[in-house]
Design a protein around this ligand. Structure first.
Ligand SMILES: *[C@@H]1O[C@H](CO)[C@@H](O)[C@H](O)[C@H]1NC(C)=O
Ligand SMILES: *[C@@H]1O[C@H](CO)[C@@H](O)[C@H](O)[C@H]1NC(C)=O
Ligand SMILES: *[C@@H]1O[C@H](CO)[C@@H](O)[C@H](O)[C@H]1NC(C)=O
Ligand SMILES: *[C@@H]1O[C@H](CO)[C@@H](O)[C@H](O)[C@H]1NC(C)=O
Length: 355
């Protein structure tokens, strides 16, 4: 269990607050709840009890989107707040927002990652109880997870009785997920189609390609445009992933990425851009696998259509500075750097609180 080991390392950096806990018990769990939203009930969702689901809730049959928040989130927090209203406005769908807020509270980062195992198991149980009795069709199901929620979506694949149809990872969390087993990290084996939006690969999000289709947005600049003057440019960039996805649901311009054919662990410095383009976000299609790059505007609407990316040389500031030769080495270095920054910030805020 490398993940446990890493978690312990992290714990020695950050003395967890007394209120942090690793959840015990099984599923269903009262700290992992599921809320069904339709266009008509968007302000008054129905709580779904995984052990007795009313099939009438899912009539008529429609696509079902399961939205999974990240660390410090809940069902009325990112990415729910960006994506849910847009889906309900523009598409005839059901949205289920998962809520496991009590298990991922700040500053309990280590516990949040350990709690992800139970969260994933409980979500797997819900999906089994929807799909096995035929309440919904497995091909109507699409999981969208942000940050830690993207890793939860990947882990959920370990608990379902069928292959998940579609997972979208919105800037999947990097810290403590870099050297863990594939079983714990979202990857292309977790669903028939896994698409990823990378917006903060230097800090909070994973740098390496991990799905069938990986979209790198504004990669050249490190941070997302418009985030430069934010008090935390990294967090602003990370949060752009759900914002871009929400906009993609009804975007006229479209987020068109340009395919890069030779982005791989040994040649991440250079990329010959080809003519192949593909749409990122809601219209992403399993027909377009590979690694794509695109640029956006700094303010909404962000989508820049076929502007694509002007990258011909991916030796960015990030890569130049570190001097490493392999993407795995770089990812580990970035993870350590980020954990150190977080640990320092936490120490500082504790000192302030004590003063
Ligand atoms: C959802 O309801 C709003 C009005 O409340 C309506 O404008 C919109 O078209 C509806 N969306 C769909 C997909 O039916
Ligand atoms: C749910 O979370 C609370 C803290 O918010 C904790 O005290 C409780 O034990 C948890 N319950 C279960 C069933 O895990
Ligand atoms: C589905 O998976 C769960 C958990 O992995 C298992 O307990 C259950 O027996 C499986 N059910 C079927 C119908 O295969
Ligand atoms: C993917 O390609 C197949 C075969 O060419 C085509 O039938 C299908 O419509 C395409 N799917 C999408 C979503 O474009």
């Amino acid at each position: 269990m490398k993940i446990l080991l890493l978690a312990l390392v992290f714990c020695s950096y950050v003395q967890a607050s007394w209120s942090c806990f690793v959840v015990e018990g099984g599923c269903p769990n009262k700290n992992v709840t599921f809320w069904l939203y339709t266009n008509a009930t968007r302000d008054n969702p129905t709580q779904i009890r995984p052990m007795r689901i009313d099939p009438a809730l899912f009539q008529p049959p429609r696509p079902v989107y399961i939205i999974i928040h990240g660390y410090t989130g809940h069902r009325d927090f990112s990415p729910n707040t960006e994506i849910r209203p847009e889906l309900l406005d523009k598409k005839a769908v059901y949205v289920i927002s998962v809520d496991f807020g009590p298990l991922v509270r700040h500053p309990c980062f280590k516990e949040a990652i350990l709690n992800a195992l139970l969260i994933s198991e409980c979500l797997g149980q819900l999906i089994n109880n929807l799909v096995n009795p035929g309440i919904i069709n497995k091909d109507d199901l699409h999981l969208i997870g942000f940050s830690l929620g993207a890793q939860v979506a990947g882990q959920t694949a370990n608990y379902v009785n069928h292959t998940l149809h579609h997972i979208t990872g919105l800037d999947p969390a990097k810290p403590l997920f870099v050297v863990t087993h594939d079983r714990h990290r979202l990857n292309h084996e977790d669903a028939d189609f896994v698409d990823i939006i990378h917006t903060n690969p230097a800090e909070r999000g994973i740098l390496k390609p991990m799905g069938h289709a990986d979209f790198y947005v504004n990669f050249r600049d490190g941070e997302q445009p418009g985030c430069e003057n934010h008090k935390s440019p990294g967090s602003c960039s990370h949060n752009r992933a759900p914002e871009y996805y929400a906009e993609s649901i009804a975007s006229e311009n479209g987020f068109w990425g340009i395919k890069c054919h030779n982005w791989h662990p040994h040649a991440f410095g250079r990329c010959t851009l080809q003519q192949t383009q593909a749409l990122m976000g809601y219209p992403a299609s399993p027909n377009n696998s590979g690694t794509y790059f695109l640029e956006t505007y700094a303010n909404p609407p962000f989508a820049a259509g076929h502007k694509g990316a002007t990258i011909t040389d991916l030796t960015t500031k990030l890569f130049d500075k570190t001097g490493v030769q392999h993407i795995d080495e770089l990812e580990q270095k970035l993870e350590r750097r980020y954990l150190q920054i977080e640990a320092d910030a936490l120490k500082k805020s504790k000192k302030l609180a004590e003063a």
